[in-house]
Design a protein around this ligand. Structure first.
Ligand SMILES: *Cc1c(COP(=O)(O)O)cnc(C)c1O
Length: 406
């Protein structure tokens, strides 16, 4: 078989199965029937409460709360951070739709910030936009596709600008900056346990914080009723005293069944990170040096979880990008593109979110027009990853050569 005819037959959306001990724990919950997190037998801790305790330990946070989704985690964190109707929230333009969605859910308006070639928030533009939106008190910082900006500079800048930071760590659970876990640089870190993230319960979310009163608000908002003493990683009871009657119940709890399947996955997350990163490096090495392809160089300070990989076809025309995508798709390699005119599947762009009042972002436009994204499920072998990189490389070369001949 010649290289040009190689084909990849795997599925870009096939996750690993739930580990057997997770399945056993889920069966246990179904057998006793106490699925609601506050439905506990005498002396029982409950899977949701134990997950929170374990995730607090994993991130080094004082407090943790499990909720119904990553999007709910963001909305609850924003509200607990004091964002309400009519407020403005700064956010990076390169992110997923649930981020502007969470801002809209609390009645606020997103004020979007430009994107760098490292796919992170543009900190110079952040300073300018904070000046342009002086009423904004919160930055919702999305580590989109796992790319972490210079967090030392970000934290210093936000302190100077008086901005409270809420981190969206949907793609950075298990990642770190200079050894500090992602999600530990601001008031709240928010995570998703949806199927395509780093631990999988179908839907679900986690919130961490060291701030007792902010976390007490989050627990009440999540729908704890007056049962917050049944948590194991919530603030002490007195933190709830002034809040318990003033904080609405938004009913976004996690149940024991999902928590039961997440706990064994959390215990394996460090191993999974190593497995993802091995795959990431194989694809990255396979693409390195391909003419027309710009890899996203990762900072020395970043500990990544390479569950997906991105690269740029900088300043390519849309027709040529579409050609690469079609040729790769014909050989079984499923690439996503952030430059498409209309949203497709999970992929959309800031100017598609009409509810987010987008302004013109020329630097972000330039990045997204050339941005290609690919998932790396752990069901791929290292050989699969090498094959995928060979296919992309050969199709990029074919399109580049056709272009040169025009
Ligand atoms: C998935 C995701 C979310 C939201 O998570 P859900 O659990 O699907 O609500 C938020 N931000 C980013 C960047 C995501 O990819």
């Amino acid at each position: 078989m010649t290289q040009a005819t190689e084909r990849f037959d795997g599925s870009f959306t096939q996750q690993e199965p739930i580990p057997e001990d997770g399945i056993a724990a889920a069966l246990e919950v179904m057998r006793h029937g106490r699925l609601h997190r506050y439905n506990l037998a005498p002396g029982e801790a409950g899977e949701a409460a134990r997950l929170e305790q374990e995730f607090a330990t994993f991130t080094g946070a004082r407090y943790c709360l499990a909720v119904a989704s990553g999007g709910q985690a963001l909305a609850i964190a924003l509200r607990a951070a004091g964002v309400g109707q009519g407020d403005t929230v700064l956010a990076n333009a390169f992110t997923l739709a649930p981020v502007p969605g969470a801002i809209a859910a609390v009645g606020a308006t997103a004020h979007l910030v430009e994107t760098t070639e490292a796919l992170t928030i543009d900190l110079d533009d952040l300073a300018q936009q904070a000046a342009a939106a002086p009423a904004a008190r919160v930055l919702l910082l999305s580590h989109m596709r796992g790319h972490i900006c210079d967090m030392d500079r970000l934290v210093a800048l936000c302190a100077e600008l008086g901005l409270t930071v809420v981190e969206d760590c949907a793609h950075t659970m298990g990642a770190a900056w200079n050894g500090t876990p992602s999600g530990r640089h601001g008031m709240f870190g928010c995570y998703s346990t949806q199927t395509y993230k780093h631990i999988n319960s179908g839907e679900g979310g986690l919130i961490v914080s060291d701030d007792a009163s902010a976390m007490a608000r989050a627990v009440l908002l999540s729908g704890s009723y007056m049962l917050y003493e049944r948590h194991l990683a919530a603030p002490p009871t007195d933190a709830f005293d002034g809040l318990r009657l003033a904080t609405p119940n938004m009913s976004a709890r996690m149940d024991n069944l999902r928590a039961a399947i997440l706990r064994p996955q959390l215990a394996r997350l460090a191993d999974r990170r190593a497995a993802w990163n091995a795959r990431y490096v194989v694809v990255e090495d396979g693409l390195r040096g391909t003419p027309g392809v710009q890899l996203i160089e990762r900072a020395e300070s970043e500990t990544i979880v390479g569950s997906s990989i991105q690269f740029l076809l900088p300043d390519w025309c849309a027709a040529d990008v579409r050609d690469v995508l079609a040729r790769c798709a014909a050989r079984g390699v499923d690439l996503k593109w952030f430059g498409a005119d209309a949203p497709a599947g999970f992929t959309s762009r800031y100017d598609h979110w009409r509810y987010a009042a987008p302004r013109s972002l020329p630097r972000t436009d330039r990045i997204l027009t050339g941005l290609i994204d690919m998932r790396l499920p752990l069901t791929f072998s290292l050989e699969d990853c090498a094959l995928i990189a060979r296919i992309i490389r050969s199709e990029v070369l074919a399109v580049t050569q056709a272009r040169a001949g025009r």
